[in-house]
Design a binder for this molecule. Structure first.
Ligand SMILES: Cc1ncc(COP(=O)(O)O)c(C=O)c1O
Length: 395
């Protein structure tokens, strides 16, 4: 893969016609080491956030040995890319064929469930295996998070007793897992969820071997600046230690976004300006799904040889397809003189952005280069380091 120091080097030298993904391996490595060293338990990477094999290899080399996979395609990808990794199939609703293939062909032993039907399915598909780690997912609130995961999955607290007792009978190791929603803006989300876990354990009076606090660990975006990740770890550790099973149980987490948001940004070109609207060459069907559909704001920066001294003003973006839906409201703050032919770096797209792009309408590109400068925002750089880094922008 080609290397440049920064987006500017690439834009000045090559004037790319297609959008280019800028990869920062050092940022993914830093995030992985942070979790591997500081989370008070095991960190497994939620592959859905960004399944690119180059990222998977960086995470593996940086100490992430366990991976949360949610589809048989992700199981196969991991089995191919990191054959020694431990895979945990954490989607609570799986095809029976997928469970059987995961268990018998790829050696997966950890599965999640939130109903008796799913438990029966797992038992059937694995032919009554006795070496299963089964995690029962409990429904918890997403009130503190920007993206809810509270409706679709999770057993209600009053369903947990029967489910835990039944699962205990067939599991080698019994776990409880939850997800507080993505981009949890306060560690209180985990403290509150852990209270539900406590009530479930006490209510069922079973030994629980694994408590998996799921994903939800935040990254940093304009208008969404969370407290330091260490505070999340402290709250989780304290809540875990106070559970009646903590002396014998393992603590797990499944970060997606927090491990890869800083890994990638996107260099786009402005094809047209219409007042406060910029028509750019990537959009809702590309890496900007969240910007279009849930109004997520990403940091932006004009990439020009001679920096503009015009004041910043608010822009919205149109993507390249023919749909009105291909619109990102922003506001995205850029110098007022931005014009067709200019390049813009859009930051913090390593999580979900890159993973969700399509080739709809013939747009989108697979061009990737490695850049060496810092991501446009970071939860892993100290304040002084952020100030010193040329690429870090004010959120
Ligand atoms: C089961 C499970 N674990 C982990 C994650 C990763 O979440 P996040 O990216 O918020 O850390 C998800 C995201 O949807 C998930 O469904």
């Amino acid at each position: 893969m080609h290397k440049h120091h920064s987006a500017l080097g690439l834009a000045s030298l090559h004037r790319p016609v297609q959008p280019v993904t800028l990869l920062r391996p050092h940022a993914a490595q830093r995030a992985a080491r942070f979790f591997a060293e500081k989370f008070p338990g095991r960190s497994m990477y939620a592959v859905k956030a960004n399944p690119s094999p180059d990222l998977l290899e960086i995470l593996w080399d940086s100490g992430i040995t366990h991976y949360d996979v949610a589809s048989i395609a992700e199981v196969r990808l991991l089995a191919r890319t990191l054959p020694d990794a431990t895979l945990c199939f954490m989607h609570p609703v799986k095809a029976e064929e997928a469970i059987a293939e995961a268990y018998f062909i790829h050696g997966v032993r950890t599965f999640s469930l939130d109903t008796m039907e799913e438990l029966e399915k797992i038992v059937r598909a694995t032919k009554g295996a006795t070496d299963l780690n089964l995690c029962v997912r409990i429904r918890v609130s997403s009130d503190h998070s920007k993206l809810s995961l509270a409706s679709k999955f999770g057993a209600e607290p009053d369903e947990m007793k029967a489910l835990l007792i039944a699962t205990r009978q067939v599991a080698d190791a019994l776990g409880i897992c939850f997800h507080v929603g993505s981009q949890a803006m306060t560690p209180a989300a985990y403290a509150e969820a852990m209270e539900r876990v406590r009530a479930a354990i006490v209510g069922a009076a079973v030994t629980v071997d694994i408590v998996d606090v799921g994903g939800g660990f935040p990254s940093t975006y304009p208008g969404m600046e969370p407290p330091p990740l260490e505070t999340y770890f402290e709250v989780i550790h304290k809540a875990f230690e106070s559970l009646p099973i903590s002396y014998s149980a393992e603590l797990w987490c499944e970060p997606g976004r927090a491990l890869c948001a800083e890994y990638a940004s996107l260099l786009v070109r402005v094809e047209k300006r219409r007042g406060e609207e910029l028509y750019i060459n990537d959009g809702a069907y590309g890496a900007l799904f969240d910007a279009a559909h849930i109004g997520w704001r990403f940091p932006v920066k004009l990439v020009r040889d001679d920096a503009s001294d015009a004041r910043d003003m608010a822009f919205s973006f149109y993507g390249p397809t023919c749909d009105d839906l291909d619109h990102m409201a922003g506001p995205f703050m850029l110098p007022a003189d931005v014009a067709a032919g200019d390049y813009i770096e859009i930051g913090m797209l390593g999580a979900y952005g890159c993973a969700m792009r399509t080739g709809f309408n013939g747009f989108g590109s697979d061009l990737k280069v490695i850049v060496e400068d810092e991501p446009m925002a970071s939860l892993y750089l100290a304040q002084e380091e952020r100030r010193a880094a040329s690429n870090v922008v004010k959120l």
